[in-house]
Design a protein around this ligand. Structure first.
Ligand SMILES: *[C@@H]1O[C@H](CO)[C@@H](O)[C@H](O)[C@H]1NC(C)=O
Ligand SMILES: [Ca+2]
Ligand SMILES: [Ca+2]
Ligand SMILES: [Zn+2]
Length: 283
């Protein structure tokens, strides 16, 4: 009895228990039907057409902001090597879509409030981004935090959409759980797919379960609709009667990292159109 207590304390002290355990992926990037329709109307009315001069691959600069509550790994102070590994995963996942990311700068900030309380739509996240965001509309700012506030338990990340930039430029970017990086401590969600997913919102993609079985869904034709987020890796899942199995392997679903393997060509087209229209990035 006494011995096992000591072991648990040692594990905690050594950082093995760093980062929350998560049973179901939760992303804080939600959009109401009303706002989605307004986004889509604006997008259709302003869409910038692809020109012959577009490059096969576009490059996006990344400004990374490591937020920690202290100088330990358990406290969020991830090493540069984890960021490098995450950039590799991100670039592997986006290569088929013609998008590559280059790490331009990494800032390190010790701030208990930012690390623990920077949930979606909080004043803390607004303040954090006002202090740290770098670059312009075409630059991707990533913040790694701890999400320990009760309202954020289970949260892996959240992002802004390209169409949001004009109204609140400083807010632009993705905030993700530090232990979701490759080699991080949040099991099943520690292969780096959280950033791939959140960057998916940043380039203009919705969740594959957006709108459920009916309605306009995620505005992409080759992602079959699904009634709800997938969890784990439920091969053969089919929650909507319309043609096609649920896109459980898609980066924009909620499956485990090991289950997430693709964007569809339709999503590639949508992200290129969104990036051209709202971020001046030409693929
Ligand atoms: C990174 O950003 C910080 C904060 O703006 C700045 O002080 C530093 O010079 C930058 N480093 C590089 C290599 O650009
Ligand atoms: Ca679809
Ligand atoms: Ca179906
Ligand atoms: Zn999401």
């Amino acid at each position: 009895m006494f011995k096992s207590t000591v072991v648990i304390l040692l594990l905690a002290a050594s950082g093995v228990l760093a980062g929350p355990a998560i049973t179901t992926r939760t992303c804080g990037t939600t959009i109401s039907d009303e706002k989605l329709l307004a986004h889509e109307a604006h997008f259709q009315a302003n869409k910038v057409a692809k020109t012959g001069a577009a490059a096969a691959t576009a490059t996006v600069n990344v400004f990374w902001h490591v937020i920690s509550q202290d100088t330990t790994l358990a406290g969020g102070n991830i090493p540069d090597s984890m960021i490098t590994d995450q950039m590799t995963v991100l670039n592997e996942d986006y290569a088929p879509s013609g998008l590559q990311f280059v790490l331009k700068n990494t800032t390190r900030t010790i701030n208990w409030n930012y690390f623990n309380q920077a949930g979606p739509e909080t004043s803390v996240q607004t303040q954090m981004k006002q202090e740290l965001r770098q670059g312009g509309v075409a630059d991707f700012n990533v913040y790694t935090v701890g999400f320990t506030a009760p309202a954020d338990v289970g949260l892996l990340g959240y992002s802004t959409f390209p169409a949001d930039y004009a109204g609140s430029p400083t807010d632009d970017g993705s905030v993700i759980l530090f232990s979701s990086l490759p080699g991080g401590s949040t099991e099943r969600f520690n292969e780096g797919k959280t950033l791939t997913h959140e960057a998916g919102h940043w380039v203009g993609l919705y969740h594959t379960f957006q709108g459920g079985c009916s309605g306009t869904g995620d505005m992409v034709d080759d992602t079959p609709p699904e009634a709800s987020p997938a969890s784990g890796c439920p091969t053969g899942r089919d929650t909507c009667t319309s043609a096609g199995l649920d896109p459980i392997n898609n980066y924009m679903d909620y499956s485990d990292d090991s289950c997430m393997t693709q964007f569809t060509p339709g999503q590639g087209t949508r992200m290129a159109d969104q990036l051209r229209t709202y971020r001046g990035i030409s693929i």
